[in-house]
Design a protein around this ligand. Structure first.
Ligand code: TXD
Length: 322
């Protein structure tokens, strides 16, 4: 059986970690594309020379030519500028939409059957643009934000409750910006509501609320917290891990339920826009959008987040790129 092929468009910080994780897990042969000459070739040569140590039997090559992404099963896009301290993700829209248009054309013309995972920011706008330019069906153009945002939320809960991260379930919905919606009601430790555990820890419902609110706010600002510390770029280990989880679910047809940025068709009251929701990811890409009932507060937050995404899309339209 032929090995799967994973192409990574953008060989920067996230692209490099994506390549390493894909190789270590032997998810398939890896092609790393960048417009910078020699850099992707250098990175992948370095990585391939670690294969005897780490023991992976997949190939890993770098390129500046889109023809090398032919027959990709999955293409992951990180091309574009990252934030600098003080910038919002939305500040990147102008420069990154030009890059995304070129990238999406390259994918459309060279890997027409691929499932595309978009990571570049502003995420919700870039995945919308990528789908428009490629013309691929919506189940094959997916945005990565929710797996990471949810992981951040879960990490904060695990650290607060001093339990293993493996036993925490937490999810965020909505856009990949300050309006994202960490779901408090469904956050649990082995099914036990996190709010109940916080109340037990602090002996008061008010204190539990206060601690949860702080974790929710930290989740929403988590990307900026890392940017502020790094000063020269944004998070790269965790976004790469998130996209690899999505890729693995697709390539192994695991049908994992992951929060991803998907084109909605009326679900959660959103019609015709890409917003983060739980989906089943399998060999066909997004195989199912899982809708469930939000309470009035959650729905209001979701509406607010969807409106922020609509604002970004209106900006793209004004710029004439959509
Ligand atoms: O969860 C998420 N979705 C994200 C998204 C979390 C963190 C960061 N996220 C965004 O990913 C970030 O705001 C950026 O827009 C992307 C990529 O972040 P990364 O940290 O990897 O940026 P780098 O290191 O600057 O790498 C970008 C690479 C760099 O090597 C450029 O030469 C390349 O993109 N680039 C291009 N590649 C191909 N084609 C074109 N046109 C191109 N232009 C630049």
């Amino acid at each position: 059986m032929a090995r799967a092929k994973i192409s990574l468009i953008g060989g920067g910080q996230i692209g490099g970690v994506l390549a390493q994780l894909a190789c270590l897990r032997e998810l398939g042969d890896v092609v790393l594309f960048d417009i910078v000459e020699d850099m992707p070739q250098g990175k992948t040569l370095d990585l391939a020379e670690a294969s005897p140590i780490d023991g992976f039997d997949v190939s890993c090559t770098g390129t500046n030519s889109y023809t090398d992404i032919a027959d990709s099963d999955v293409v992951i896009v990180t091309a574009g500028l990252p934030r600098k301290p003080g910038m919002s993700r939305d500040d990147l829209i102008e420069v990154n939409s030009k890059i995304m248009t070129a990238v999406a054309e390259g994918i459309r013309d060279n890997a027409p059957n691929a499932i595309v995972i978009v990571i570049s920011n502003p995420l919700d706008a870039m995945v919308t643009l990528c789908r428009k330019v490629t013309g691929f069906p919506a189940e094959r153009v997916i945005g990565q934000a929710g797996v990471l945002d949810s992981a951040r939320f879960a990490a904060f809960i695990a650290w607060e409750l001093e339990v293993s991260v493996k036993d925490v379930t937490a999810m965020t919905l909505g856009g990949h910006g300050d309006t994202m919606v960490p779901l408090i009601r469904y956050a649990s430790v082995q099914g036990i509501p996190v709010m109940e555990m916080l109340e037990q820890k602090y002996g008061s419902a008010a204190k539990a609320e206060e601690v949860m609110t702080a974790m929710v706010e930290r989740t929403k600002a988590a990307g900026g917290e890392v940017v502020k510390l790094l000063k020269t770029g944004s998070a790269f280990y965790s976004p790469a891990s998130a996209a690899i989880a999505m890729t693995e679910s697709i390539l192994k047809d695991q049908k994992r339920v992951l929060p991803v940025c998907a084109l909605l068709n009326g679900e959660f009251g959103v019609d015709g826009f890409y917003v983060g929701v739980p989906c089943v990811l399998g060999a066909a890409g997004i195989e199912k959008i899982i809708e469930f009932k939000l309470d009035a507060t959650e729905q209001a937050l979701m509406d607010n987040s969807a409106n922020a995404v609509k604002g970004l899309i209106a900006d793209l339209e004004k710029m004439g790129v959509l």
